[in-house]
Each structure stands twice: as C-alpha cells, then as structure tokens.
Design a protein around this ligand. Structure first.
Ligand SMILES: Nc1nc2c(ncn2[C@@H]2O[C@H](COP(=O)(O)OP(=O)(O)OP(=O)(O)O)[C@@H](O)[C@H]2O)c(=O)[nH]1
Length: 201
C-alpha cells in the first residue's frame, strides 16, 4: 500500500446555491473538473471522483464512484473515497475549488511522514478547511460511527481522530489570500472569480 498515491475529488453535492451542477463549472471556456484532474493526475497515481452523476464520467480514465452512505454531505463523500482508495493517505479536494497549490500538498506530505497523524487539515480561527487536506484509511471506522449516529460535521469527526491541524499562519505562507481553500458557491462568486484571475487561467 502506498502512502500518498491517491486523491479524492468530491462532486456529489446538491449545488443549490449555484443553481446548476457544480461538477460542470466552466471557467474561461474550460471545465474546472478537467483542470483539477489534469493537475492532480501529475501528483497522484489514482484519482477517485465521488459523484452523484455517474453518466457524466462514462469515458473517464479515473475511478468513478458514488457515496455509499448517501445524503450526509461531504463526510459521506470522504467516507466513500477512503473506502475505495488504495493508499494509506488520500488527498481530498472538491469539484468547486478553482485553486490548487502543489507546494502546500508537498508540505503536508512531509509533515505527515514525520508526525504520522490520521488526518492533516488546516485550521482557521474556530473553523477548519475540510478540503485541500489529507485523510487516511485508518479513519473509516470513526467516520462510519459518526455518520451512523447522524453526525455530518467533518470537524466533529476529526476531533475524535488523531488530526494534525495546520495553523493559519503556516497555510498562509503558501496562499496569503487563502485562495487554495476557496470554493465557488454562487453564480456571483463564479463571475467575480473569472474577473479576478488573469487571462491565462
Ligand atoms: N460525494 C459527495 N460530495 C458532496 C456531498 N455534499 C457536498 N459534496 C461536495 O462537497 C463540496 C462542497 O459542497 P457544498 O458547497 O458544501 O455543498 P453543495 O451541496 O455542493 O452545495 P449547496 O447545495 O449550495 O450547499 C462540493 O464539491 C460538493 O460536490 C455529498 O453528499 N456527497
């Protein structure tokens, strides 16, 4: 079993705020999902897309799965991805996140190799950033327990695991404006992001 061979991309949400399916976001004429998978396939051997629409990915070279425990939000997607993952640790990202930071991924891998936690997640004030983070197969049981008792909050579940929290100040060295944790929830946010990024995006 590899330590860091896998990445999980969550694409099984309701997209209610966006008003159309966020796994179909187009940014400057390009599919955001294609951009994410292109970048992550350079870093990970195995990409696992956890989706609520298998048809979209009929011809995809990646591993395409659905939630096993449905309707539980991101934690349900993380659970399905970890169960399918062939690695000890899996990088978890979301289909609506437009900025990937490979340097930050490398730093997390180095920290995990030294500290050997069950998860590695950035903390921001009293919040955590559940994506752009690493989770491990060793958490599956705890996640199942949490989901089984009706719990959906990722942070509550992480508190019960041996989680290494990356402090804000450290994460900001890689992403001063916090862009690497940004996700697009509404059409307005989408329009603003397109306006803000340069022509080469
Ligand atoms: N596999 C899976 N992914 C999910 C689920 N819920 C949310 N996600 C993903 O998690 C990320 C963040 O989702 P949110 O924006 O919090 O929720 P959403 O349901 O997509 O959007 P809203 O309906 O506007 O809240 C997105 O990539 C979603 O596709 C779920 O139940 N299963």
């Amino acid at each position: 079993m590899k330590d860091f061979g896998s990445a999980i991309i969550l694409a099984g949400g309701k997209s209610l705020r966006m008003g159309f399916d966020k796994q179909k976001i187009i940014l400057r004429n390009n599919s955001l999902m294609d951009r994410i998978t292109d970048i992550l396939s350079g870093e990970f051997d195995e990409l696992i897309l956890v989706t609520n629409d298998l048809d979209i990915y009929k011809d995809s070279p990646y591993t395409i799965i659905e939630d096993e425990i449905k309707g539980m939000g991101p934690l349900g997607g993380i659970h399905a991805g970890l169960k399918r993952s062939s690695s000890r640790y899996s990088f978890v990202f979301a289909c609506d996140m437009p900025v990937l930071n490979i340097g930050y991924i490398h730093m997390m891998k180095e920290m995990i190799a030294i500290i050997k936690p069950q998860a590695c997640v950035a903390r921001y004030k009293e919040w955590i950033e559940p994506f752009n983070a690493f989770y491990s197969a060793s958490q599956i049981e705890e996640i199942e327990k949490h989901l089984g008792s009706g719990g959906r909050a990722v942070y509550d579940c992480l508190k019960k695991c041996n989680t290494f929290f990356i402090e804000e100040e450290v994460a900001r060295r890689f992403s001063p404006d916090w862009d690497m944790f940004y996700n697009l929830n509404t059409r307005e946010e989408l329009a603003c992001f397109v306006e803000r990024v340069n022509q080469n995006y």
